[in-house]
Every structure is written in structure tokens, then in C-alpha cells.
Design a protein around this ligand. Structure first.
Ligand SMILES: [Ca+2]
Length: 169
């Protein structure tokens, strides 16, 4: 089993990998088989935000979808995503506020986020309607790679990523 964690490449035997995976699930994130490439240039750019940023939410227009089935990441990951991230958030935390990443779309979208801890956090329908939302309490500073997936198929759908410390879409 091979995976990246904290930006460092590691190869582990299956017994160790199983033990690590069990720990990771308990933290609500999952390690990934890396079919998608979090290090690739994001499709729709990037931003650096510091806690207390305005305006809140920070909104990014993207197209959801791609050819990769996010279920291969494991955990609750669903939907079809692109190889490269759709958007990269460089976040500087330090307050008591959460970090909320959500999607607004007329389609059934999903979210895949690779957080600074090197783990993957996914959601399908926790936001408005059939849209996803991911919440990080006491968010770490660092890079959040964000994919917006299309549930059930590879079609590309107009979507907005909302990045907020106050509320999710
Ligand atoms: Ca959904």
C-alpha cells in the first residue's frame, strides 16, 4: 500500500497500513489510494485566507465532476472528480472559529477535501439540498485541496464553492 501523508511519500506493509487506517477512520478522515493528484495545479486557481477574512463567504465558481470515482478514496467519499484539485485554499487559522467548506449547485454534488493533516474528508449531502458541506473545528493552517464531484456520473455541473468561518451553504 502506498500513500502520501504530510507531503512525504511512504510505503508500508499491509499490517501497518491496516493499523494506521483504523486510527485515521477514528479521526474522521481517510488515507487515499491517490488515483487523483492533490499536488497538481488546481483547475480554478487558489487563494490564501487568514482567519477573520472578509468577505465571508469566499466564493469560487467551478464546474463539478470528472472521470475519477471518488469512492476509490474510501470512507464516505462519493461522486466523480477530476485528477487535479478544483481549488486550493491556503488557510491560516489560529482563532476558535471553524472552517466550513460547502457547495451551492442545482446538481447533486459532492466534496472531497485533502486537509493539511494529509487525510481526506468527504461529504455528499450535508449542505443545502443534495449539496455537500465539510466542517473543520479548530482548523489547521496549511493547504486544503478541494474537489467538487458530481454524484453518480462524470458530468460537469456549474457549482460554487463557499469557504466560510460562519456558515455553510
Ligand atoms: Ca450530494
Amino acid at each position: 500500500m502506498r500513500f502520501y501523508r504530510k507531503g512525504k511519500f511512504m510505503k508500508m506493509n499491509s499490517i501497518m497500513a491496516a493499523a494506521v487506517s483504523a486510527t485515521i477512520v477514528a479521526l474522521a478522515g481517510v488515507s487515499a489510494a491517490e488515483a487523483q493528484n492533490w499536488q497538481a495545479n488546481p483547475n480554478y486557481g487558489s487563494v490564501s485566507l487568514r482567519t477573520g477574512f472578509t468577505p465571508d463567504p469566499y466564493v469560487v465558481n467551478v464546474m463539478s465532476g470528472g472521470t475519477i470515482n471518488a469512492a476509490g478514496i474510501g470512507g464516505s467519499c462519493r461522486g466523480f472528480i477530476s485528477n487535479a484539485p478544483d481549488f486550493d485554499l491556503y488557510f491560516t487559522g489560529g482563532s476558535s472559529l471553524p472552517l466550513l467548506i460547502s457547495v451551492a449547485s442545482n446538481a447533486d454534488t459532492t466534496l472531497v477535501v485533502r486537509a493539511p493533516d494529509g487525510l481526506w474528508y468527504c461529504d455528499d449531502d450535508s449542505g443545502q439540498g443534495l449539496n455537500p458541506a465539510v466542517r473543520f473545528n479548530n482548523p489547521r493552517s496549511g493547504l486544503y485541496d478541494i474537489w467538487v464531484g458530481t454524484y453518480g456520473n462524470a458530468s460537469n455541473q456549474p457549482s460554487q464553492i463557499n469557504i466560510s468561518e460562519l456558515y455553510s451553504q
